[in-house]
Design a protein around this ligand. Structure first.
Ligand SMILES: Cc1cc2nc3c(=O)[nH]c(=O)nc-3n(C[C@H](O)[C@H](O)[C@H](O)COP(=O)(O)OP(=O)(O)OC[C@H]3O[C@@H](n4cnc5c(N)ncnc54)[C@H](O)[C@@H]3O)c2cc1C
Length: 445
């Protein structure tokens, strides 16, 4: 059976995996969750922790971790949406701080989950560097830092050029932000460990069970190719796939981010780079680069640009130009690695609302909830969103359900072909701004 090992290095490296059987026949449940990524599995876990004995079914179209949760960079980090300056421009100071506080809680929640349940996710907690590679980016990061510190956010500090290079010796780094609160994990191992604990708490998980039709009556009736599920409550944990459901069509679109992985670094190469504390690193672009070491000393690097799809197309994982650029950018950042071999290339969808910020809420009425829009910063957030969704399903009013992006008004994406035009316009704007910040650079140096 195809278990989608070609979708990322992590899924391939996971090794043999036995999916749960697909749904057959008709089931009655209290809560049906569509999607078995971090969001869906965390929602199941939180529902069952809050109300043991609840009948919860998770329906996954492919296998656990097939979506972004099995393919990402593994940064469990505090960044919300695209970046603080954008959030502040669109939503104001106070909401930027609230969002950051939610994200701090999200990172701590992942850390607690790993420790409490001894998740075997190759997890460590090395902190995060946001590295500036031009003088313009120095100013951008310092300004973001000022925004957060002026509003009382503590724990992030500025590193001067010699300080950041003492951590990671790239001749391109001109300074950066150091934030101790960031974990790194192997996403495929982690999402399947979440499956393990959700099962231990009593969740029913069905793989190869795509929901192809939803009828809404006194109950929800979900049809899959082999079965039917009748549920009192419904959770859309489908993130970048959400536009495929008529109810959520205009709330987000997918953009595809791509990653490459090097062969293992030689000891002498690694010694030259330093990186002893093995932090997660991003630069300050809109179309960010994110990079990290794996447990066996490869560099995984993603970002640089995104691919855009049309309509229902979700088949945009591979982009030769972006793979080429990422390989070039590794060599540019670490010139001593020139010629290092790339062993893996992959991509996956992130969820993008028009205003580049996450959204959670009720859809139709309070019996159905959704979560989407993590814009590439969803590893930690998806876990905490699972808790928020569980509170909404159980009709509890908590600090999580009161946060401003729960039940917020969203600007709708227009239908195709306008959607494609608008996607290109937003990406075009982000690219142009990056070029302005990088006008002094030549990547072929
Ligand atoms: C290459 C890449 C790198 C990234 N790196 C980072 C990072 O380092 N840090 C970070 O914070 N974020 C990162 N992200 C984003 C992060 O991975 C996501 O925000 C997060 O995994 C979303 O989790 P999710 O459970 O909401 O969605 P997903 O993991 O996408 O899960 C949704 C699931 O729904 C299923 N589904 C869809 N339709 C149906 C249907 N009809 N019936 C049943 N099931 C269905 C899909 O198969 C999928 O498994 C990255 C994303 C990508 C693609």
């Amino acid at each position: 059976m195809d278990i989608h090992q070609d979708k990322s290095y992590w899924l391939e490296n996971y090794g043999p995996y036995s999916p749960a059987p697909a749904i057959e026949g008709e089931l009655e449940v209290d809560v049906a969750i569509i999607g078995a990524g971090f969001t869906g599995l965390s929602t199941a876990l939180n529902l069952l922790q809050a109300q043991p004995g609840l009948n919860v079914a998770v329906l996954e179209a492919q296998v656990v971790g097939y979506g972004a949760s099995g393919r990402n960079g593994g940064f469990s980090m505090t960044l919300f949406g695209l970046e603080p300056a954008v959030t502040k421009a669109l939503f104001g100071h106070q909401r930027t701080v609230e969002a950051h506080q939610y994200m701090e809680q999200a990172v701590d929640y992942v850390d607690e989950l790993v420790k409490e349940h001894e998740l075997q996710s190759d997890y460590w907690f090395p902190g995060f560097l946001r590295a500036a590679t031009t003088e313009g980016y120095v100013k951008r990061i310092q300004s973001d830092l000022e925004i957060l510190t002026s509003l009382g956010v503590a724990g992030i500090e500025w590193l001067e050029v010699d300080e950041i290079r003492a951590e990671v010796n790239s001749p391109r780094f001109l300074g950066g932000w150091w934030e101790p609160r960031c974990g790194l994990l192997d996403p495929a191992k982690h999402v399947r460990e979440l499956k393990r604990i959700a099962l231990e708490y009593g969740a029913h998980i069905y793989e190869y069970s795509p929901v192809v039709e939803i009828q809404r009556g006194t109950q929800f009736s979900l049809r899959t190719p082999g079965g039917k599920v009748n549920a009192e409550k419904l959770v859309f944990a489908t993130n970048a796939y959400s536009h495929l459901f008529p109810e959520l069509r205009s709330k987000q679109v997918p953009a595809f981010t791509h990653m490459v992985l090097t062969e293992r670094l030689k000891t002498e190469d690694l010694e030259e780079i330093g990186w002893k504390n093995r932090q997660g690193i991003e630069d300050a672009r809109n179309l960010v680069h994110y990079f990290r070491l794996t447990i066996d000393n490869r560099i995984a690097m993603g970002g640089s640009d995104v691919s855009i799809s049309y309509g229902r197309d979700m088949d945009c994982d591979n982009n030769a130009r972006i793979f080429h650029d990422l390989e070039r950018d590794i060599n540019w950042l670490f010139p001593n690695l020139k010629g290092i071999r790339i062993t893996h290339r992959w991509g996956g969808p992130v969820s993008v609302p028009v205003d580049l910020a996450p959204a959670i809420g009720f859809i139709g009425d309070s019996r159905a909830v959704y979560s989407l829009g993590c814009v590439g910063h969803g590893v930690s957030m998806a876990h905490l969103n699972g808790k928020t969704l569980a509170d909404l399903v159980l009709e509890k009013k908590t600090a999580l359900t009161e946060v401003w992006f729960v039940n917020r008004r969203q600007i709708p994406w227009p239908p195709e072909p306008l959607r494609l035009i608008l996607s290109h316009a937003i990406r075009g704007y982000l690219r142009i701004e990056d070029r302005i910040y990088e006008r002094s650079l030549s990547f072929d140096d």
